[in-house]
Design a protein around this ligand. Structure first.
Ligand code: ARG
Ligand code: ZN
Length: 860
């Protein structure tokens, strides 16, 4: 069952060209394929095609019916085939009953495909692996009235009508591609069109297909697409390569979006956005996901992965590119902080869990389980380190070389690093360990006191704790951005110039920096801009943290200093030493509010208290109840102590009429973060209620609801009821409503949740709904999910036992918090493991859940 990276062998046969004829029918879709196949090299092995959940109708080799084949649940094998031949296969599939949403499925009257990673084998027998590249011609046929739109990859080349009320369209994609990039969509949509002229003057038709009636909500996405196309030309010299680019938004989708060649399929939540129904964050996500999928056209499609272990080759790189784009379109600081939150809240937790894996995994049972924060986000951090090391120009040179060498090929992460190597004098061989070693490095900072002569040393030491998958670790190549400041805020340089251009290379166990001629001690400020995906243990005092906030050059470091300060305060509360959080600290924080009152970008981030998940990453065997309560108490005192400056800040920012502009986004962010704090004070409900009723946009409406949720008053219920009646017809907005209920920490969470499952608009078949209700509860309702009696764990498990039967991919995502039991105190661990045990005992458990659950129970 386990597949290993080390076992890769090249394909024995290749498929050069594919012709598909697909006759759509809800339960009996007929798929006829015609494959041009060639043997590779000299051998007499059989041809083994992948196929799952298919009903085989017939096989023809060079037009002759073939009876001599071996068929089982996952493959079709043909022995004694010629070296070069045409194979025709006819199969039947059942899109209507496909609730796994993998392969071809029908939901809400729309036919849609999802083939990455291994879904194409649920459409027809094929060599379903990314290193088999073919050209495709696809004819889609279906009912004319219910399916006026029939789409596939590439350009439409012919169409026609039949006498029985059906019609058909033929599509050609001239670019050879792996089958995971195949797509087909059929339905009845509203269409938005536009066009784009590439840098070299080619005209590209842009088409966006959305649910009937939602056309206006698609404008922003289409504009974002044009911005992404321009950006990729300017930043990387990369142009689009077909005459048409299509995006379809669907309501039933397991993931965010998919980069199928020329025909992206999107979860509608990453396409549809207008001021009434979408928040600033939604707008941001739409632009970033649109760009991500567009950027895949080069990093993913033109150059693809040799095998699925190389997934980060395309995902890490494309995430890095979409991050660069978003930083250019919005603001670098808030973007960077967003990435760091993802790393700290989710990726570090994955590293610490039984699912720990390198960005290029070595072993996989179910590939769908490896679309992870490690492969994606840590993968992007690894690319970012290369960018830091090579510099803007060197990185671009390496990218150019990558495309020069590998356009049209299926390659490996090593190939990528080799291309980058060609653009730098640095030896990247030690750096490549980032691809093979899992786990989060810890950078320990050790300061010696200044001696009488005014000398001081600071040592950076890396520790690489063992992980579930690897016990032996080697030192990593860590670029550590570093700034040293003294008591007056002056920047100090080290004697030997080991800090070069603000960077220390920590590529062995430790590096020691010497300073001399000092009047007062040096305060080390490390990991500026989060220059490496590491934890830092830099024991600074509270006063030093405030000092760093005032004097450090790097805004990320400034923000991070306050995060450490909050973390320390919460720890005092947790240990019953709340009185250590004294007036000096509160007045320091008031100072921050006053000094930065006009710097909305920084202030908005600095007023956010670290999440419970982030706090867990600097602790072990967390007593959930205690830490959670300490955090709540700190939040409460924070609101009381700072209520005056916070009230002033809130009042100083006018709501104005809505625009999605960076200036306004920053202002609204501050207002809503502040409102969240003020909700805990006496005058809170009044402010919340006023904001809710005056809001002219979803950001402020949702801000008010979240604040009301924190205030834990009757007001929350009242506003939620109003919100529901206003938005019950709008699926995306209703998801927000479900999620707000699911994350509300109240004593009767579970009976609430049970009620919501019975809500007429809750549906187990809709992944967005399931994530909004069950996923939000499991990931973000700390008190409810971790209820001391284990009832939260049981509730989620009961649900997963059922969901796994229809949609294993979504079930496997939601099980994640349970598999991270090792973070918590023994009492919690036992109860979590008990539920994992129930899952493992379930007969017919999916491979998806089996892999995560069994690994997590085997973890010691
Ligand atoms: N390639 C897609 C993207 O990153 C995601 C596909 C996820 N597939 C999966 N089986 N989970 O844009
Ligand atoms: Zn991607």
């Amino acid at each position: 069952q386990v597949k290993r990276r080390a076992d890769y062998t090249p394909p024995l046969f290749v498929i050069r060209d594919v012709k598909l004829f697909i006759d759509l029918n809800p339960t009996q879709t007929r798929v006829k394929s015609r494959l041009e196949i060639e043997r590779k090299g000299k051998h007499s092995e059989p041809l083994i095609l992948d196929g799952e959940k298919l009903e085989l109708v017939s096989v023809r080799l060079e037009q002759k019916v073939l009876e001599d084949y071996a068929l089982n649940d996952t493959s079709l094998a043909l022995a004694n085939v010629p070296d070069c031949f045409t194979l025709e296969i006819e199969t039947l599939i059942d899109p209507q009953h496909n609730q796994a949403l993998e392969g071809l499925y029908l939901s809400n009257g729309v036919y849609c495909t999802q083939c990455e990673a291994e879904g194409f084998r649920r459409i027809t027998y094929f060599l379903d692996r990314p290193d088999v590249l073919a050209t495709y011609e696809v004819t889609v046929q279906g009912d004319k009235t219910s399916l006026p739109t029939l789409l596939a990859n590439g350009n439409p080349v012919a169409r026609g009508e039949n006498t029985d009320g059906t019609h058909w369209v033929t599509w050609q994609d001239p670019h050879p591609k792996p089958c995971y990039l195949f797509a087909l969509v059929a339905g009845d949509f509203d269409l938005l069109t536009d066009s784009y002229t590439t840098a070299s003057g080619r005209e590209v038709a842009l088409e966006l297909y959305v649910d009937i009636g939602k056309r206006e909500r698609g404008r922003f996405a289409l504009d974002a697409l044009k911005r992404a196309m321009r950006w990729d030309e300017q930043k990387y010299g990369l142009e689009y390569d077909l005459d048409i680019y299509m995006i379809v938004a669907v309501d039933f989708f397991n993931m965010g979006a998919m980069e199928n060649k020329g025909l992206n399929v999107f979860n509608s939540k990453f396409v549809l956005a207008d001021q009434n129904s979408a928040t600033d964050e939604d707008f941001f996500n739409v632009e970033s996901v649109i760009a991500h999928e567009y950027f895949h056209n080069w990093t993913g499609n033109r150059v693809t992965c040799r095998d699925w272990f190389q997934l980060s080759l395309k995902e890490g790189l494309t995430v890095f590119r979409d991050q660069q784009f978003s930083a250019d379109m919005t603001s670098p600081l808030s973007n960077r902080i967003k990435h760091v939150r993802v790393m700290r809240e989710h990726q570090f937790a994955e590293d610490a869990s039984a699912m720990s894996h390198p960005i290029r995994p070595d072993e996989v049972i179910e590939m769908n389980n490896f679309y992870t924060v490690t492969v994606y986000d840590k993968g992007a951090e690894v690319i970012r380190m290369l960018h830091t090391l090579l510099g803007e120009e060197g990185f671009r040179q390496g990218m150019d070389e990558y495309f020069r060498r590998h356009d049209g090929q299926a390659v490996t992460c090593d190939d990528f690093v080799a291309a980058m190597q060609s653009a730098t004098e640095l030896d990247l061989s030690a750096f490549s360990r980032w691809y093979s070693q899992s786990g989060t490095p810890v950078i320990e900072v050790e300061r010696k006191p200044v001696d009488e002569a005014g000398n001081q040393t600071i040592t950076l030491r890396q520790r690489n704790p063992k992980t579930a998958d690897q016990h032996k670790k080697e030192p990593l190549y860590l670029p550590v951005a570093m700034d040293c400041i003294d008591a007056n805020g002056a920047h100090i340089t080290d004697d030997e110039g080991k800090i070069k251009d603000g960077l220390v290379i920590l590529d062995s166990e430790s590096v020691t920096l010497s300073f001399s001629g000092l009047g007062n001690p040096v305060i080390p400020v490390v990991l500026g801009n989060f220059s490496a995906p590491a934890k830092v243990n830099n024991p600074l005092s509270v006063q030093e943290l405030l000092h760093v906030f005032r004097f450090a050059d790097d805004s990320f470091n400034r923000w991070d200093a306050l995060q450490s300060l909050y973390d320390w305060c919460i720890e005092q509360y947790a240990n019953g030493n709340g009185s250590n959080v004294n007036d000096a600290i509160w007045s320091g924080l008031k100072g921050v509010c006053l000094d930065e009152a006009d710097n909305h970008e920084l202030l908005g981030e600095c007023l956010v208290i670290p999440s419970f998940e982030t706090l867990c990453q600097s602790r072990t065997l967390v007593d959930v109840d205690r830490l959670h309560r300490a955090r709540e108490q700190f939040c409460h005192d924070f609101a009381m102590q700072l209520s005056e400056p916070l009230t002033q800040i809130y009042a100083s920012i006018a709501a104005g009429s809505y625009q999605y502009s960076q200036y306004q986004v920053n202002a609204r962010r501050v207002r809503n973060v502040v409102l969240g704090h003020l909700a805990l004070t006496e005058k809170g409900s009044q402010l919340v209620e006023r904001q809710y009723h005056n809001a002219d946009n979803m950001t402020d409406t949702l801000g008010a609801l979240k604040a009301a949720q924190r205030g834990k008053s009757q007001l929350f219920e009242t506003l939620m009821a109003d919100f529901e009646s206003r938005w019950k017809q709008d699926p995306l907005v209703l998801d927000k409503w479900f999620s707000l209920h699911a994350t509300c920490e109240r004593a009767d969470s579970l009976s609430q949740l049970t009620l919501l499952r019975e809500h007429p608009q809750f549906s187990d078949g809709n992944p967005n709904r399931v994530r909004a209700l069950i996923g939000s509860f499991a990931f973000y309702n700390t008190a409810g999910f971790h209820a001391v009696d284990g009832s939260g764990y049981k509730f989620v498990t009961d649900y997963l036992l059922q969901l796994d039967k229809t949609n294993p991919q979504v079930a496997s995502r939601i099980v994640t918090p349970l598999t991270q039991w090792q973070q918590f105190a023994p009492g919690y661990q036992e109860k979590m493991k008990a539920q994992l045990g129930r899952l493992l005992n379930q007969s017919g458990l999916s491979r998806d859940l089996f892999e995560k659950v069994s690994k997590s129970l085997a973890f010691d």
